[in-house]
Design a protein around this ligand. Sequence first.
Ligand code: SF4
Ligand code: SF4
Length: 668
Amino acid sequence: MSNDKTKKIGVYVCHCGTNISHTVDVEKVRDWAAEGLGAEGVVIARDYKFMCSSPGQELIEQDIKELGLDRVVVAACSPHLHELTFRNAGKRAGLNPYLTELASIREQVSWVHTDKEAATAKAKAVVTGAVERVIENEPLEELKVAIHPDTLVVGGGIAGIQAALEIANAGKKVWLVERDASIGGHMAQFDKTFPTLDCAACILTPRMFEAGNHPNIELMTWSEVTNVAGYVGNFSVTIKKKPRYLKEELCTGCRICVEKCPKKIVDQGYEAGIGYRKAIYTSSAQAVPKYPVIDTANCNFFQKGTCKVCEKSCPTEAIDYEQKEEFLTVDVGNIILATGYDLFDARKMSNYGYGRLPNVFTSIEFERMCNAAGPTSGDIVLRDGKTTPKTVGIIHCVGSRDRNYNNYCSNICCMQSLKFAHLVKERTGATVYDFYIDMRTPMKAYDEFYQRVLEEGTLFVRGKVAQVTDAARKASEEGKLMIQVEDTLIGKQRRIPVDMVILSIGMEPRHDAKETGKLFGIGCSANGWFTEKHAKLDPISTMTEGIFIAGTATGPKDIPSSVAQGSAAAARVLNMIMRGEVTLEPIKASVYQGQCSGCRICNSLCPFNAITFLEDRKVSEINPALCQGCGTCVAACPAGAISGTGFSNDQILAQIDGLLMDVTLADA
Ligand code: SF4
Ligand code: SF4
């Protein structure tokens, strides 16, 4: 094999409690390393219950110092979890961190096999591969890059606002970009928030105002990010500012134009389709910023060339029909994506009749109906706008926990439904049926709220509703919506007549989450939510350094969790800014330009946009600060012109040699 016998290698095999040792004979793997790999330079092999614990790490450090080890292999969990832990242990003992290799015998062996003998043989092979590879490892030096002190926050919902305010209050500049005309997000549509029943506007609008008027926040609404270049600490971001068709510097936000505008249309956005707005509008009177925007698709002037009522009525001559979109490029060191969620389209579940049966409402329609500033001034009424329902059915999990739509739990629907049950009871005295699959109320004061709603007399039916129909089977069902459900607690089919149905619709990733992810160089899960660097240990980081995620962009969340993530992302950004520079992994690819044929295959494959083509020399070049060392280009280059530090051909081939070695020798 490849060791020139000058390397002194230590091998450390972890039991991971019983995670590894229940399937892999850890002692046999240790003995194989000590005896079978002695010729490769292994001078010590040990096993330990928890190698990542303090005593486990100290064991490694002690051996490095006392035995003069210059290479270490830890056979444990995946590098994703603890590579850094063991690199740091080596570093503390004076070993270059890149001379430590992790052999994954948990994720790749014990968790995927049941036959102990075969699993043990495979573990030996994996360890052997790591030993052969570590022999080829070179000491590497980390790269340091300066951090620009400004931050970009994308998304002006509650998570984005929180992140922006935390950073701005620490004295650092933030660009807060929101594609809608106002910040506030979905929360701005709500009436009350569970479980405390605080008025959503009372807790949100002061924060919106603060964000809109903070000297350190550059608020860019009606704007979208169109290009992201650069790397951690040094991003260059292009922002498109869409035309509002008015001059913000002249507009006082008096809304006279909105009042005078003759064109009234159904507001499918803020009012969720149950209210109206004008062709020139602000989402609400509390919008931040206060400037209206002209909806050109519905504006008489833009469509027919006549009207101009807003221009004539504006006391400050702020209307500007000629306004064009503008592009602005800003430099930032870090980016927080708090781009939020979309709502499930209830029309997809035709068995619930939404869009066909007038008195079937979605949860967001009901939120607007309950809102004192909403289309009905807070009155709970049927679609005719005047009849108060006497019986209301609330259906949970619409579009969630359903393999036909979304298999995940939307997290907030149970509590949202309980809030609706309380509001219906409080405001109408109606009989309320609440149809649930499982009641999920695990957060602070949630279950107490459930008990309260139970005591208020809401009737709970456990079972997934099969159908909502207006087809009466008998006279008493005439004019009613019939809810067909199997009540699983009593084991019976039931048909329950109600006047109104509220569908508690679930959360979905933004329709353009994949494109956004591509733009910022981050990934999405199979369900379409942004992927965290580590779901448990690093839930607000992404695999791209300097890009953080917060709020519902990563999955369904309630308001407290979204706010907490906004704060957490801000803390990470401030930490980076205060350090002034960031250390980058030296595991990078580079192009031997003499060998590059200029085919450009690698250019489009790099998921981090790290490769550019030098037109003058007709070769590709990799920006080491952008490269994440994924190895895609190395594998793809037909000329073999790209090599990766940390994954060179010599390392990979040595590892393959090791994996193929006869590991039964020591057992014989
Ligand atoms: S009337 Fe003029 S100043 Fe008033 S909100 Fe409209 S554009 Fe702004
Ligand atoms: S290894 Fe290649 S493909 Fe992967 S990030 Fe670096 S340059 Fe891009």
